[in-house]
Ligand binder design. Structure first.
Ligand code: ADP
Length: 834
């Protein structure tokens, strides 16, 4: 790479060269555009839109549109985009990452591609790391767009759905990655399409793209509901099934691995739970609990399928007989067994929807990003997102002096040296920004400075707005600011009066981060736009990174020199050794993220299928053909699983089949075993299909076509949602358990993919069977209506940026419908005996 670069220039240099003619063209348009009145300039927006409608492309109008934005910006904000900023703007429009150093004015750069792409009227999202920056940028840059006749919106946490929808319908929408991602998930949980807030995901410009796509890649967005609603109900269902008698009330079907209620059993259930019709779709939750309780009590065997160990139900592996610590049966079966055994039924907070940022952002038609530090992660951006990193030259040469690291033997020695250095700068009047990796270290330093009587500020990335204000003064004379990595990011640090003379802003790093990128971010807070400045990292052999990855050479060098606590070594060799350690860690972390992505890809494909199905239902499509196919499949599969072809067991199998079909749709005693005995499998299938389609037609006649179609949509929507949410949970459990496979010489990722897709296929099949079942049991006076499976799904973000479920403190009345969604009065459901 080295020699190649010298001869041909780096990749970025070559790419930038290719963009330069465009920049020249934009420059050349400046004179004529300056002549336009404000009205005429605004009129350009409509003109561009018309040209696009007449077949021109965004690239055709790019130069002129950029020139218009530049002129508008000059008129309303007094800032004229530099040539480098135009380059950055082109890079973004091309769907790439533009690496521009801090202070180069990325906020202004984004206006160019944002305006251009908004002309196609499909929406542009500008993504910032916190609400404060979203609001600030919208208000600041929004003036340019408004001047040019475009609408801007901002999505912040407090908005309601209507406000969100309005913001998304604007030409350009500012907001945080969290808000955009959550809105996407929520949009896929609505039950009427009018409730959606987002449009299709068209073009997004992600500010600080590295923190969002790389640092946050490991924490997925999760919308969770409270799982504790149903733990009580497991006990109630358990109590109920224990009152039942074998054969008369329920039958055990070994083949289909299920236990079913008989007519008699269903009557008892209706009485016990006060239901009019047990099979109604609105009783899905109750049926589910009863089914699992039946299975737990009459199919699962203690000390064979599971054991009870110190108050916990532990699964026994059916092949090896090994106890599988920590694994849980899915779909509520584990809780049902816990209820059966009288041990504590574990609460589970249920994940209702989840997506990683990677997968969210990959859905945009075009994705672009900006950051001061992307080059170290170039490979990852290209491999995972297909995003190119282009380094844009700075407007003015960087004058900051990056000094080589100094290293102490002990942490104590290091901190003493840091304090001394801060004190000296403070006396000189040179402002210092001290970067720490943790809040703890910030506080330690703060205490030490207090002892010395050095006034200072501490920022922990908790109060974005206040901290932005504080950090904007960090470049003033005599200021000392201690900040963790994320604190005050994105805020411009201007130098105060007389600061240039004392050397500009000094950056002190108190520890090297695992990733070089984060260190570069810290350095980059000084030396904006050609300002003077300095940066240096202070390290000790006791730092985490050094302890874990530091080379032995370094250690022996320190030993040989017989270093005292307050003595330091400072050499290139040290800096090199550290860089190598960092590269090692970066490589490891990349691998971890890649593995996670491998897992996530499985879920992602599944999510796409489910969400597409939901969209189809929401947009009111006619599902008759799909339903017909489901009926056929259910019947075929039912016959095939029950009939083995062996003469000896034929009658017994037919009996089970008749029961099974009655459970799904056939009226009681309509089909008798004797009739089936003379038929081939195909004829049996035909017979059941005839019955099913007659029944289907009958239902359609009684409801009328239109209502029948709506009933189908309602039933499918509810079943898909319930099963999908359970599936997410199951996949989660699978993922947690899958690491253990490595012990069995299995590749965990492959095992996960394999089992995950089996589980998905199974879920899809169950959706079909349940849909048929519910549809066939619908009674005219009780036609289901659209109703949310999950009522309260609010989530919140705690101070660490972690997403936590919001507790619903509203008291429920005894006669209110139960919150678990069962449709039963609270006092007769989860509120029983409370
Ligand atoms: P970055 O996000 O790249 O670190 P900012 O967007 O915060 O940079 O901008 C840094 C500072 O530079 C801001 O104070 C902004 O007003 C100023 N600035 C950016 N572009 C220009 C320009 N073309 N002319 C004048 N000032 C500019």
């Amino acid at each position: 790479m080295g020699i190649f670069n010298k001869i041909f220039g780096s990749y970025s240099e070559r790419e930038v060269k290719r963009i330069l003619p465009l920049v020249d063209k934009i420059d050349s348009l400046e004179e004529s555009i300056k002549q336009l009145s404000d009205e005429e300039l605004k009129g350009k927006t409509l003109e561009f839109k018309n040209r696009l409608n007449n077949g021109e492309t965004l690239d055709d109008v790019l130069a002129e549109a950029f020139a218009v934005v530049r002129e508008a910006s000059g008129r309303v904000l007094g800032m004229r985009h530099y040539r480098e900023q135009l380059i950055g703007g082109v890079v973004l429009h091309q769907g790439r990452i533009s690496e521009m150093k801090t202070g180069e004015g990325k906020t202004l750069v984004a206006t160019l591609p944002a305006y251009l792409n908004a002309l196609s009227e499909k929406g542009v999202h500008i993504v910032t790391v916190n609400d404060y920056l979203a609001k600030r940028d919208k208000e600041w840059m929004g003036q340019i767009y408004e001047f040019l006749g475009l609408k801007t919106g901002v999505i912040v946490h407090e908005l309601n759905n209507e406000e969100r929808r309005a913001a998304y319908n604007s030409d350009i929408t500012y907001g945080t990655n969290n808000e955009f991602g959550f809105d996407y998930l929520r949009d896929n949980m609505v039950i009427y399409k009018e409730e959606r807030v987002q449009r299709d995901l068209n073009f997004s410009i992600v500010d600080e793209v590295d923190s969002i796509l790389i640092d946050e890649a490991r924490t997925p967005l999760i919308i969770s509901g409270e799982g504790d609603k149903s733990t009580e109900f497991y006990k109630i269902a358990d109590f109920f099934v224990k009152t039942l008698k074998g054969e008369t009330d329920y039958t055990v079907d070994e083949k289909a691995k299920s236990v079913m209620l008989t007519e008699e059993g269903i009557k008892k259930a209706e009485k016990y739970f006060h239901l009019e019709n047990y099979a109604d779709a609105e009783n899905m939750e109750i049926q589910h609990h009863v089914t699992q309780a039946l299975k737990a009590n009459y199919q699962m065997k203690i000390d064979k399928d599971y054991v009870v160990k110190s108050g916990e139900v532990v699964i026994v592996d059916e092949f090896t007989g090994r106890i599988m610590e920590g694994r849980r049966y899915s779909d509520g079966l584990h809780q049902a067994i816990e209820a059966k055994e009288g041990v504590k039924v574990e609460k589970e907070s249920k994940t209702l929807a989840t997506i990683t940022f990677q997968n969210y952002f990959r859905m945009y038609n075009k994705l672009s990003g900006m950051t001061g530090t992307a080059l170290t992660e170039e490979v990852e951006f290209r491999e995972i997102y297909g995003l190119d990193v282009i380094v844009v030259p700075t407007h003015r040469a960087i004058a900051r002096e990056d000094q080589s690291d100094v290293i102490y033997k002990t942490e104590n020695g290091k901190y003493k040296a840091i304090i001394k250095e801060i004190e000296e700068s403070y006396k000189k009047g040179q402002p210092v920004l001290v970067g720490t990796v943790s809040i703890e270290n910030s506080e330690l330093l703060s205490a030490m400075l207090k002892k010395k009587g050095v006034p200072h500020q501490v920022l922990n990335a908790k109060y974005h707005e206040q901290e932005a204000d504080i950090i904007s003064h960090a470049g003033e004379k005599g200021m000392v600011t201690i900040a963790t990595n994320m604190a005050g990011r994105g805020t411009d640090i201007k130098l105060g009066e007389g600061v240039t003379e004392v050397g500009g802003l000094k950056i002190i790093g108190t520890e090297r981060h695992e990733s070089r990128r984060i260190d570069n971010q810290l350095r980059g807070r000084s030396g904006r736009q050609g300002d003077p400045g300095a940066s240096r990292f202070y390290l000790s052999l006791e730092d985490d990174l050094m302890r874990i990855f530091g080379s032995e050479k370094l250690q022996s060098l320190v030993d040989k020199l017989g270093l005292e606590e307050d003595e330091a070594i400072e050499s290139n060799m040290v800096t090199k050794a550290i860089e190598n350690a960092q590269k090692k860690v970066e490589g490891n972390n990349f691998d971890i993220r890649k593995t996670l992505l491998g897992y996530d890809d499985v879920m992602n494909k599944q999510r796409e299928i489910i969400y597409a199905q939901r969209s189809q239902v929401l947009s009111g499509e006619n599902l008759k053909e799909q339903i017909s196919l489901m009926i056929e499949e259910t019947i075929e599969a039912g016959v095939k699983t029950h009939i083995s072809g062996s003469e000896d067991t034929f009658t017994e199998e037919l009996k089970n089949l008749v029961n099974y079909m009655e459970d799904i749709f056939v009226p009681h005693k309509m089909v008798k075993v004797e009739e089936l005995e003379k038929l081939s499998n195909e004829e049996i299938i035909d017979k059941y299909e005839d019955i099913a389609f007659d029944l289907y037609e009958e239902k359609e006649k009684s409801f009328g076509e239109e209502q029948m179609r709506e009933i189908e949509r309602v039933i499918l929507l509810r079943i898909v949602d319930t099963k999908w949410m359970d599936h997410i949970d199951n996949m989660d459990h699978l993922k947690q358990g899958i690491g253990l496979r490595a012990y069995k010489q299995q590749d965990p990722t492959q095992a996960y993919q394999f089992e995950g897709s089996n589980m998905f296929d199974e879920m899809i099949f169950n959706i079909k069977v349940d849909t048929v079942k519910f549809l066939m049991h619908v009674q005219s006076e009780r036609a289901p209506e659209r109703e949310r499976v999950v009522k309260e799904t609010a989530t919140n973000i705690d101070s660490q940026g972690k997403r936590v479920p919001v507790k619903n403190d509203n008291k429920i009345g005894r006669n209110d419908p139960c919150t678990c969604g069962s449709g039963v009065k609270y006092k007769n459901c989860c509120g029983r005996g409370v």
